[in-house]
Ligand binder design. Structure first.
Ligand code: AMP
Length: 567
């Protein structure tokens, strides 16, 4: 007999225009872009600040860069790292790489040399594409320890018309070549004729390696296939009712799965524009929503909070922005209500992971997500088409739980990645018999709505960015005074959660190392979103009998502290 989950009680919430199952085709993420470029070359693909680039423009640049990459020896299956902000070069480098059947490895431009070395080594990438100002901030000598053969740079100003006043966000920036690197504009010029043959590429081929720590351990490259991405682009198109007149606000980082799928893949599939503005700035976002008549986006809740707190929110016309989705971090009903009161716009909750290629659960457009009476959690929505999601017991993950009971959320269907890059063991741990164990704790109500109530994994979500304690602990352990450290997430009014390190010092070091020393040490060695904002020196880190840190005890210790301080 089919279980409560296999009956898919959520299907009754699908709007009439959403099929219960989408047709499974041989479509690919690459094919979707080139279809649009062939059939509507004049249509706008990117609005970069105030300037438009058409599908034809992006396709031509991708063809030239593809020819250059081919001459640099890039072949099917090779990896190409891109370390870019939200700029048109992200699309150009991605589509150029895909034209050769290569795999794109997008990384956060905030990473420091140590972090980048790991990703270059793990992916074995040959080519490293970045922005001049990112390269200037790095000592590129770290690349000697990797398989990277060539670095291609470009400027955030390259796609703004000559002489145009750049946005204040790019104020003071100048195009300045980086010695020892190839300039992307020079490559466009040299390879103006392009002429790359599109390889035979199927849905099972890998489009991106998107790094995530998943539920545990060091970062792993999630293999997002061309088929996964093409499928979830169709899921968004159906659930958000994307049409030709839609305009996407490209506000999530393109190097994250939300940017890859909810922005780029959706826009490419529908042949609609995506608005890019380097990196998030609330005033610029509000200006561009009005300027380009933005209708849709998926962003983290911190983006909406920043928009709400910006004075321009009252001045700008946001009336067309009716498909505002929030994903990636918990959303409280109170914030959704505040946003709606201020703007008249309802924030739709969407939930997913890098491993599910963005959405696994979504609130269909024009539906309102219910709130769970017991936990107060706003529903993350209903499972997407073609998929079955279940709640399994928290201990073993072998027992399916009835509706209404809390357990681990597991996902199955065409949204799930085939695995992690060259990590068979971690893949087997995360995906068991086709079921992805999410590490998220939640439940389904009788009506088929899902709720997240806790996390089994140690992940911290700070300002919408994912931070894994182990990543931060590895750096703190390099400090000569540190005996032991445990990092946890603690509540923060603006960042949602922030990173806190509990540190026990080596014998005799007490009083010689301060919390500020540890913070400064970390700041120098890791991306800005990750370093601990709070450090507490303790005599000992509480542990279980088997030596595992009691992170929950530490989080509670922090909360009782702050209660005391408040009281
Ligand atoms: P990532 O792989 O970086 O996309 O992170 C995925 C994780 O973010 C999920 O496993 C959840 O823990 C969290 N997450 C994503 N969307 C939501 C949401 N709408 N509400 C609460 N947590 C979320």
């Amino acid at each position: 007999m089919a279980s409560v989950y296999e009956k898919r009680p959520w299907l009754k919430h699908y709007p009439a225009w959403v099929p219960h199952d989408l047709e499974i085709t041989r479509d690919t993420a690459m094919g979707d872009f080139f279809e649009s470029a062939t059939h509507k070359p004049e249509a706008a693909a990117v609005f970069y600040f105030d300037h438009a680039l058409s599908y034809g423009d992006i396709a031509r640049y991708a063809d030239s860069l593809g020819a250059a990459l081919r001459d640099l020896g890039v072949r099917k299956g090779d990896r190409l790292i891109i370390v870019l902000q939200n700029v048109p070069q992200f699309l150009i480098a991605t589509y150029a790489a895909w034209k050769l059947g290569a795999i794109v490895v997008p990384l956060n431009p905030m990473y420091k040399e140590k972090e980048l070395t790991y990703f270059c080594q793990d992916s074995g990438a040959k080519i490293f594409v970045t922005l001049e100002e990112v390269a200037r901030g790095l000592d590129l000598a770290f690349l000697k320890e990797t398989a990277v053969e060539k670095v291609i740079t470009s400027s955030a100003l390259d796609f703004l018309p000559k002489g145009a006043e750049p946005s204040s966000m790019l104020g003071g920036m100048k195009k300045e070549r980086i010695p020892g690197t190839l300039d992307m504009l020079d490559l466009f010029e040299t390879y103006r004729k392009g002429g790359v043959e599109i390889p035979s590429l199927g849905p099972e081929d890998v489009a991106y390696l998107t790094y995530t720590s998943g539920t545990t351990g060091p970062p792993k490259g999630a293999m997002n296939t061309h088929g996964n991405i093409a499928f979830n682009a169709r899921v968004y198109r159906a659930m958000q009712k994307i049409e030709e007149r839609d305009v996407v606000l490209g506000v999530a980082p393109l190097f994250h799965v939300t940017g890859e799928v909810a922005h780029l893949a959706v826009a490419a599939l529908a042949g609609i524009p995506v608005v890019l503005f380097y990196r998030f700035d609330p005033g610029e976002a509000l200006r561009l929503i009005e300027r380009w008549k933005v209708t849709v986006t998926v962003a983290s809740i911190t983006v909406y909070i920043a928009l709400m707190n910006h004075p321009d929110i009252q001045k700008r016309n946001l009336s067309g922005f009716t498909k505002a989705y929030s994903g990636g971090a918990p959303v409280s009903e109170a914030i959704v209500n505040q946003f709606e009161k201020l703007t008249g716009l309802y924030l739709y909750n969407v939930y997913g992971m890098t491993e599910t290629n963005s959405p696994s659960h979504i609130t269909p457009w024009k539906k309102r997500a219910p709130v769970d009476k017991e936990s107060g959690a706003l529903s993350v929505g209903v499972p997407v088409p073609n998929c079955v999601m279940k709640i399994m017991d928290l201990e073993e993950g072998t027992q399916e739980l009835p509706a209404g009971e809390v357990g681990e959320i597991v996902d199955s269907g065409p949204i799930v990645i085939p695995g992690y890059w060259q990590k068979p063991e971690e893949t087997r741990h995360a995906i068991r018999n086709g079921w992805l164990f999410t590490g998220d704790v939640g439940k389904m109500d009788d009506e088929g709505w899902f709720y997240l109530v806790d996390r089994k994994k140690d992940m911290i979500v700070a300002s919408g960015y994912k931070v894994w304690p182990r990543d931060v602990e590895d750096v703190i352990y390099q400090h000569p005074g540190v005996k032991e450290t445990a990092v946890v997430g603690v509540p923060d009014p603006y960042r949602g959660e922030t990173v806190k390190a509990f540190v026990a010092l080596k014998d005799g070091m007490e009083g010689t190392v301060t919390p500020e020393d540890i913070i400064a040490f970390c700041k120098e060695r890791m991306a800005a979103y990750k370093y601990p904002r709070q450090v507490e020196i303790v005599s000992e880190i509480p542990k279980t009998l088997t030596g595992k840190f009691l992170r929950r005890t530490l989080r509670e210790k922090d909360q009782s502290h702050s209660q005391k301080n408040k009281g």
